[in-house]
Ligand binder design. Structure first.
Ligand SMILES: [Zn+2]
Length: 225
């Protein structure tokens, strides 16, 4: 199904299930999702969408714009550890190398630049997360907490920064964190490690977290923004 708003068409995913009302929301990929009971006619759903279009269409646009990837042309900027990093093409074969806020890649096209950037980003991420894992583990042990040395899995996730499976001693970390300041990434490490002690977000959880990482709230606000 789709509906039109100000001349633009928006695809809609309709799920039929036992719900009382027609429910409507914009998903993280910008698609519009509707749930309605099996007996509700399509015409009624469309009316409902049209009534809510002024709210729902701009929300969908915003999400989709945000998701649109930066095209890595020569001189393009990408966010890197909280600061802009400028991509520079090297016409001659070279290793991807960062000097200050410039990243030099061997590329002639945005596709080649993206390939080089992703290779470099992944390696940087593995090295940084390994270091922060050790640092966080040691901070907990030094404070007297019995936590395991976590096995880190790096994932590309759209809806969470990290997760902790206390039973298996595993922590998943989102690679997209590499765009944010180091303090934010540390905050997620401390957050997930605290879950080894408390599997909830109780007052006890935050007491440990804020004691071991006093800057937590400041950096967490940045990630939420
Ligand atoms: Zn949590």
């Amino acid at each position: 199904m789709e509906f039109t708003y100000e001349g633009r068409r928006y695809p809609v995913i309709v799920e039929r299930k036992r719900v009382k009302n027609i429910n409507l929301h914009v998903r993280t990929d910008g698609s519009i999702y509707v749930s309605a009971a099996p007996h509700v006619p399509e015409r009624v759903i469309l009316d409902f969408l049209e009534k809510n279009a002024a709210r729902i269409a701009p929300a969908s646009d915003r999400v989709r714009q945000k998701r649109q990837k930066t095209v890595l042309t020569d001189g393009a900027e990408v966010p890197w550890l909280g600061k802009p990093l400028t991509i520079r093409y090297s016409p001659k074969p070279c290793k991807t190398v960062r000097e200050g806020d410039v990243l030099t890649v061997f590329a002639r096209t945005p596709e080649e630049a993206e390939y080089a950037f992703i290779q470099w980003r992944n390696a940087e991420c593995v090295a940084l997360f390994r270091e922060l894992n050790k640092e966080t583990y040691e901070a907990f042990r030094a404070a007297g907490y019995q936590v395991p040395y976590a096995r880190i899995e790096i994932k590309d996730m759209s809806s969470r920064w990290g997760s902790c499976t206390a039973k298996t001693g595993r922590i998943s970390m989102n690679i997209r964190l590499m765009q944010y300041p180091l303090g934010c990434i540390k905050g997620v490490f401390f957050h997930e490690y605290t879950h080894f002690l408390h599997q909830d977000h109780s007052a006890a959880f935050y007491a440990v977290l804020r004691r071991l990482y006093p800057a937590y709230d400041r950096y967490d606000a940045l990630l939420k923004g």
